[in-house]
Design a protein around this ligand. Structure first.
Ligand code: C5P
Length: 410
């Protein structure tokens, strides 16, 4: 889901030929789930009609303090209210005239009055001919606005309406929407942090068609990955073979099959990771040899013996890496004496916390959509999370890790 989802965006449109692109910008913002309120200057109406923008934004477009057709009723377009309503304000296109008014505080139209009242982050996407753009008055105004905290979405280089080629084209609507999303992402608590998670089962091949595996769905790991993504982290998910439908949007996923492959993928990212969570149900054993061809049913004897050897313990291997810098969390699935085993695992695997699921309880563990867990930290703290969906639990666990460990930028 886009970070613009449910955000209230005030779009100011000022007089530049690029105003025709503001129709695309409205569509782009709406497509990403934003609510869009357009305020337009009189000059912009020569380039794009308020009807186009109001149809696309599904809201009336405001232009004057008192609209002509409302004069009889004395309806006032309240610039202060609009300025306070918005989560973000973007003026696109921002003409040199509007930039100049913003810099000096002139507010002889609704757009600049709304701008002066806005309490939210404000962005401008300048658009003008190359010589106007290069003029000292414009560059000084932009510098001043930037110093005051206004985000400038730089113009593109290219062919301009005048036929000249240079800098001054308004950034493309998708780039403007991306810029706003980037701003929102940077303000999230785990922005700039790297989170590494493994999930799902591993398959250890006996022969080309058979394997040792388990029913792990990867849902708990995917829920944690989604929670970390929504908090702004850069998330890498190393995923074993699962058929479950998982929300993996915005997550860098590497699919692996065996414990060896999973270990290799985890080691690749581990030293860069600020938080590593091992949720995978890694097979503890694998066939000592993998038959080159399908093992045939033998006519002699009723049994077949397959010799097994241990797989690498990924969590333990990570826990003993000399260049370890981030926090390391493991999961434990027990059928009895869960607390005792979980605490022993915490120490043996050198983890910062262990999340325990006790198998056997209805709705807890492997394949389902719900889980109930306890968390034991290396500092000796214990936390309990009652039965809830894995999605909700993923969010709660991430919140706990942010509180307990030095992770958040907030
Ligand atoms: O030792 P046990 O399998 O009970 O420990 C569970 C934890 O260890 C989980 O975090 C699991 O992902 C991890 N593990 C591992 N490699 C294995 C077995 C388990 O990383 N071979």
């Amino acid at each position: 889901m886009s970070l613009l989802h449910n955000r209230k965006v005030l779009l100011g449109v000022s007089g530049s030929i690029a105003a025709y692109k503001s129709a695309h910008l409205v569509r782009e913002l709406i497509k990403r789930g934003a609510e869009v309120q357009v305020v337009i200057t009189d000059a912009a109406k020569d380039f794009v009609t308020p009807l186009t923008l109001s149809t696309l934004s599904t809201r009336p477009v405001y232009s004057a303090f008192i609209e002509n057709d409302q004069k009889a009723y004395g309806v006032w377009n309240n610039h202060v209210e609009m300025g306070l309503w918005a989560d973000l304000m973007v003026i696109a296109p921002a003409s040199s005239n509007t930039l100049s008014k913003m810099a000096t505080g002139a507010c002889d139209n609704l757009l600049t009055a709304v701008y002066l009242s806005a309490k939210c982050p404000v962005f401008v996407a300048p658009a003008m001919d190359l010589d106007m753009y290069a003029n000292g008055a414009t560059t000084d105004n932009l510098k001043l606005l930037e110093e005051r905290g206004i985000g400038v979405i730089d113009s593109d280089f290219g062919e301009l309406a005048s036929g000249l080629v240079g800098k001054g084209r308004m950034a493309e609507p998708e780039a403007i929407a991306d810029h706003l999303e980037g701003y929102l992402k940077a303000s999230l608590p785990l922005s700039g942090k790297k989170v590494l998670i493994n999930a799902g089962p591993t398959h250890e091949h006996i022969d080309p068609v058979r394997f040792l595996g388990n029913n792990s769905s990867g849902k708990m790991g995917a829920a944690l990955a989604a929670a970390a993504r929504d908090l702004g982290a850069d998330v890498h998910l190393i995923l074993g073979p699962t058929q479950a439908a998982l929300d993996l949007q915005g997550i860098q996923v590497k699919r692996v099959t065996s414990a060896d492959e999973m270990l290799e993928a985890m080691l690749f990212d581990f030293t860069q990771s600020d938080l590593t969570i091992c949720t995978a149900a890694v097979s503890d054993y694998r066939p000592a040899t993998r038959a080159e061809h399908k093992i045939k049913k033998s006519d002699e004897g009723e049994t077949l013996t397959i010799s097994l050897e241990k797989t690498p313990d990924i969590l333990q291997t990570l826990g003993t890496q000399p260049e370890r810098k981030g926090y390391l969390i493991g999961f434990a699935l027990e059928t009895r004496d869960g607390e005792v085993y979980a605490k022993a695992k915490l120490a043996r695997k050198n983890a910062d916390a262990i999340v325990l699921n006790t198998l056997g309880k209805k709705g807890v563990g492997f394949e389902g959509d719900t889980n109930e867990v306890m968390v034991f930290t290396a500092e000796g703290k214990t936390f309990s999370f009652p039965l809830t969906s894995k999605i909700t639990l993923g969010k709660s666990l991430l919140e706990l890790f942010m509180n307990e460990f030095d992770l958040s930028n907030a």
